[in-house]
Ligand binder design. Structure first.
Ligand code: XMP
Length: 509
């Protein structure tokens, strides 16, 4: 495996994804945590950082020590740290360098095998390397900086260290992948054998080992993560995995039965529990979004724990945790400010006093999809838009009632079905309708109406952290609006949300 030491760059995850797309397994860990050297570790990549190496608070792990054990690729901040630690000089650039640059004067080297002068790379730095110590040589420059890339000479350490000022992980560095591949295969000697099929085989074997002849209980949500996690566990232990799918009354129209049937077709041992009336009752009159989330989260845990109690001798709790959740909680900058309390079922493990089984802990979302496809899970599960845990509970703005949920379910179904019908569903990252707590005047036939407003939202995004509103065709929006107003009683106005995130968020609550 490859270890990526995170110095806090916004691109760290991107490095990890590139490495994995090259079918080499890697992990990210904070730069402040000591590196564990074992036989599986083949190389280390140092990320960029918002810090300057001249900042007294900047993190400075010893690169020389790493190169005693494995080859190192130092990117951006990593490169500057190496220059500084070995007696070179790093200082503020006369002008900052952001964006496009072209490599020049490349001397033959293993990292840049197959890369020629003129290759476009992407820069993002305000400090630059002014001078290198003896024992290092420049392997490429650009028009604006003398040291765009350098490497250690043999005397420095048993393993080579390559250092580059640009970011190979962004798509604008056109030969970036080639250089990463050269590092992984030629320099570190990694085999490109981390494929979806290998992951499934390896994970199923590990799960068999971990679980033995015990039983596992798991909550399913209809989403891709919990479905793929359950399929892996099911493949390892069969019907000793008990799945529970709770209807909180806040799912999409007909979703409970459709998804339940889908799970059965996949061969999962699943029980559907209709608890919708408990949810409606407890949410009555509550309009604060965070309080709604808390109630929905708490009730979900109560229902699940109650159901799990009915099962005998279960000692493991299965969860669909994925890698971004894991790295988020160990960021070098500490936990970021809570905008919304998303992880509403986070309390489950503590409450259950069970050992956790999390087969997707090491995967990114797109990798989960690839694994799911490898396991033969239908596109209807794999390609589903993300849907928030509290469901329509946070899309009926303000106080939630069964009547309002039903109204929103109808409007949402018209919208989503039309997106599918017109081939637009897969072009947006997430879409949904909101029921606003606003009534306005309209006219239908010769009659005055005073009814609710539905807001449509559709966004493009990669990870939900940032998003832009999707530019859906006007004739499509016209048809959705028409259908909703004509068919959903109680709604006389439809609006389309044209806000990006930030400053707005994807959900309205
Ligand atoms: P926001 O609204 O924060 O949403 O831009 C980003 C993504 O997170 C989803 N979301 C939630 N998911 N529980 C969840 O499981 C929540 O409370 C929650 N709130 C928002 C949202 O649908 C989008 O995909």
């Amino acid at each position: 495996k490859i270890l990526i030491l995170d110095f806090g760059s916004q691109y760290t995850q991107l490095i990890a994804r590139c490495v994995r797309e090259l079918n080499v397994y890697c992990e990210i860990q904070p730069c402040t945590k000591p590196v564990a050297y074992d036989a599986s570790l083949k190389g280390i990549i140092l990320s960029g950082s918002p810090f300057s190496v001249n900042d007294p608070a900047a993190p400075k792990p010893d690169i020389h020590e790493m190169a005693q054990k494995v080859p190192v690729l130092a990117v951006c901040y990593g490169a500057q740290l190496l220059a500084q630690q070995t007696g070179g000089e790093v200082g503020k650039s006369a002008h900052r360098e952001y964006g496009r640059a072209h490599l020049k004067g490349i001397i033959a080297n293993a990292l840049m095998k197959g890369v020629s002068d003129g290759s476009q790379v992407w820069m993002s730095h305000s400090d630059s390397i002014k001078r290198l110590a003896d024992g290092f040589e420049i392997i490429a420059t650009t028009d604006s900086i003398p040291v765009a890339a350098f490497r250690s000479k043999e005397a420095y350490a048993p393993n080579p260290v390559y250092a580059i000022q640009f970011h190979p992980e962004v798509t604008h560095s056109l030969d970036g992948r080639k250089m990463l591949l050269n590092f992984l295969t030629d320099i570190c000697g990694c085999a490109q054998d981390w494929t979806p099929a290998a992951f499934v085989a390896e994970t199923v074997a590990q799960l068999k080992e971990q679980i033995g002849d015990q039983k596992v209980v798991m909550a399913l949500s209809g989403g891709v993560d919990s479905t793929v996690a359950a399929m892996l566990i099911n493949k390892a232990i069969g019907d000793r995995l008990y799945c529970i799918f709770v209807d909180n009354g806040l799912l999409r129209k007909d979703e409970f039965t459709q998804v339940l049937d889908g799970y059965k077709t996949l061969g999962l041992n699943v029980k559907g529990v209709d608890a919708s009336h408990t949810f409606y009752k407890e949410m009555e009159g509550v309009s604060d979004p965070e309080q709604k989330r808390k109630i929905i989260g708490r009730l979900f845990i109560d229902v699940f724990v109650e159901e799990a109690r009915l099962l005998d001798g279960v000692s493991f709790l299965g969860q669909g945790t994925i890698y971004p959740d894991v790295i988020e909680s160990m960021s070098v900058h500490g936990p970021s400010q809570t905008i919304k309390s998303h992880h509403n079922v986070g309390g489950l493990p503590e409450k259950m006093h069970m050992k956790l089984v999390e087969p997707l802990r090491a995967l990114f979302k797109d990798e989960v999809r690839r694994i799911g496809t490898e396991m033969g899970i239908a596109p209807i599960f794999i390609g589903r838009h993300p849907f928030p845990g509290p469901g329509l509970g946070i899309r009926v703005l303000g106080a939630v009632s069964e009547e309002k949920v039903k109204m929103l379910q109808e409007a949402d179904a018209i919208y989503i079905n039309l997106l599918r019908e017109k081939g637009l569903y897969d072009q947006v990252w997430q879409a949904g309708a909101m029921l606003l707590p606003v009534q306005s005047v309209g006219v239908m036939g010769d009659e005055r109406t005073y009814e609710y407003t539905v807001a449509l939202r559709a966004v493009t995004s990669v990870d939900g952290m940032t998003a832009d509103w999707a530019q859906l065709p006007y004739d499509f929006l016209a048809q959705v609006s028409n259908d909703i107003i004509n068919r959903v009683r109680g709604v006389n106005r439809v609006v389309y949300d044209i806000s990006s995130k930030p400053p707005a968020t994807i959900e309205w609550e």
